[in-house]
Design a binder for this molecule. Structure first.
Ligand SMILES: NC(=O)c1ccc[n+]([C@@H]2O[C@H](COP(=O)([O-])OP(=O)(O)OC[C@H]3O[C@@H](n4cnc5c(N)ncnc54)[C@H](OP(=O)(O)O)[C@@H]3O)[C@@H](O)[C@H]2O)c1
Length: 355
C-alpha cells in the first residue's frame, strides 16, 4: 500500500498507538481458489439498504435513504477501503442494492476484475421495499429455482468480477445441503470458474460446516470457502473453522463486532462489566474497542479474511487499525471470558431491532 494509505490508517483512530502502518494488507490466496484476498474485507450489508440490525444503523445513515445519497455513501466507504488496501468485498442478493452499488463503483473507478475479489450470496430475496421497517425484510428459499435466478442476477450486475458465490445462511433444517438439484447446480457454476461457498448462522454453525466439508459432487469437494460468525461473544465455531481451513477451504469471518455489540455503541447496562474489561484491555494495548475485537479475530491463524461491516469511512479506518494491534496471550486469556452460550448469543442477535 502506498504512502497516502499509510497516513490515512495511522491517523484514522483517535487514541491508538500512532504507530506507522507496516503493510499487513498483502494479498493472499483464499483457500484453494484463485482469488487474491486481503486479510481485512468489507461487507456491504449495512450499506445497500435503508434497514439493518446493526446497533446504530439509522444514525450512521443520518436517516437519509435517498437512493443516490445511499449509493454515494457506499462508494465513499468503498473508496476508503480501496485506499486502505482492502481487496475483498462481500455482498448478497438480499442486501438491497448492494450489488448494484458495487457494480457502479467498479465501473466508475475502472477496477479490473482480477485486481479485487468479490463474493455474493443467494438464498434470500430482498422484500423490504426500501423501507427501514417492513413486515418481512427478506424471504429465505434455498431451492434450485432461486439459485438459478439469483446466480444470473448477480452475474448480470457483477460480470466477471464475481469470484465467489455462497449459499446464504445454510442450515441443516433448510435441507439445502441434501438437495441434489442445488448441489448439482452449484457444481455447474463451479465448473464455469466461480468458487463456491456457504455462509452460516445460528448456534449450530459447526455442525453445518462439518457436513459441508464432506460434500462432493463428481468426486470433487464442492465448497471452496465458508463465511461464519466468530467473535469474542460467540467463538463456538472456532474448531470447525480450523478444520475447514486445514482441509483447504477459505475462511471468511463475519459479524466480528457482533453487529456493533462489541463497539462503544453498546450502552446496554447488562453489558457493563464486559464493556469495562474490553475498555481496560483496549487501553492497555493502546487501541480502540472495535479494533481490539477485530484484532481478536485476526489473531486466529485460520481466519483468511475478517470482514468489517463498517457503515461509514470513519468506522472503517478505525476498524483497520486492528491490523496494528499488538495482540498478546494476556488479551486472549482475559477476553475468552466474554463468550456467551451460543443459544443466548443467537437469541440476542435475533432480537436486534431493524433500524
Ligand atoms: N448470514 C450471512 O451470510 C451474513 C450475516 C451477517 C453479516 N454478513 C456479512 O458480514 C459483514 C459484516 O457483518 P456485520 O455488519 O454484522 O459486522 P460487524 O462487524 O459485527 O458490525 C459492524 C457494525 O459495527 C459498528 N461499528 C463498527 N466500527 C465502529 C466504530 N468504530 N464505532 C462504533 N461502531 C462501530 C457499526 O454499526 P453501528 O454503527 O450501526 O452500530 C457497523 O455497522 C456484512 O456486511 C455482511 O457482508 C453475512
Amino acid at each position: 500500500m502506498g504512502g497516502a494509505g499509510e497516513k490515512i490508517l495511522a491517523a484514522a483512530c483517535a487514541g491508538t498507538s500512532g504507530l506507522p502502518y507496516i503493510g499487513c494488507m498483502e494479498l493472499h490466496r483464499l483457500g484453494r481458489t484463485s482469488l487474491g484476498v486481503s486479510r481485512l474485507g468489507l461487507g456491504l450489508a449495512a450499506l445497500g439498504r435503508p434497514g439493518y440490525i446493526n446497533l446504530g444503523h439509522a444514525q450512521d445513515l443520518h436517516q437519509d435513504y435517498d437512493v443516490a445519497a445511499m449509493e454515494a455513501r457506499c462508494h465513499a466507504v468503498l473508496d476508503a477501503a480501496w485506499e486502505l488496501g482492502i481487496r475483498y468485498f462481500d455482498a448478497a442478493r438480499s442486501y438491497g442494492r448492494a450489488e448494484a452499488f458495487l457494480s457502479s463503483w467498479l465501473a466508475s473507478r475502472r477496477i479490473a476484475p482480477r485486481s479485487v475479489a468479490i463474493g455474493s450470496k443467494w438464498g434470500y430475496t430482498y422484500t423490504a421495499g426500501w423501507q427501514v421497517e417492513a413486515d418481512t425484510h427478506e424471504v429465505k428459499d434455498h431451492s434450485v429455482a432461486v439459485v438459478q435466478r439469483q446466480a444470473g442476477e448477480s452475474r448480470e450486475l457483477l460480470g466477471s468480477h464475481l469470484g465467489l458465490h455462497q449459499i446464504h445462511s445454510a442450515t441443516l433444517e433448510s435441507g439445502v445441503l441434501d438437495n441434489q438439484g442445488v448441489l448439482t447446480e452449484l457444481a455447474r457454476l463451479r465448473e464455469s470458474g466461480i468458487a463456491i461457498g456457504l455462509s452460516l448462522s445460528g448456534p449450530n454453525q459447526a455442525d453445518v460446516l462439518r457436513r459441508a466439508i464432506d460434500i462432493t459432487v463428481g468426486g470433487q469437494r464442492l465448497f471452496d470457502a465458508v463465511q461464519a460468525t466468530w467473535n469474542l461473544l460467540e467463538p463456538s465455531a472456532g474448531i470447525a473453522l480450523k478444520e475447514a481451513h486445514d482441509a483447504g477451504m477459505g475462511v471468511i469471518v463475519k459479524e466480528a463486532l457482533a453487529n456493533g455489540r462489541l463497539t462503544p455503541r453498546n450502552t446496554d447496562s447488562a453489558f457493563e462489566a464486559k464493556r469495562r474489561l474490553l475498555e481496560a484491555t483496549a487501553a492497555r494495548l493502546q487501541t480502540s474497542m472495535d479494533a481490539l475485537a477485530l484484532a481478536a479475530v485476526l489473531a486466529q491463524p485460520w481466519a483468511d479474511v475478517v470482514l468489517s461491516g463498517a457503515a461509514t469511512a470513519e468506522q472503517l479506518r478505525c476498524n483497520a487499525t486492528a491490523l496494528e494491534v499488538g495482540w498478546d496471550e494476556e488479551a486472549g486469556k482475559r477476553l475468552i471470558t466474554l463468550a456467551e452460550s451460543p443459544r443466548d448469543y443467537w437469541a440476542t442477535r435475533g432480537a436486534m431491532r431493524w433500524n
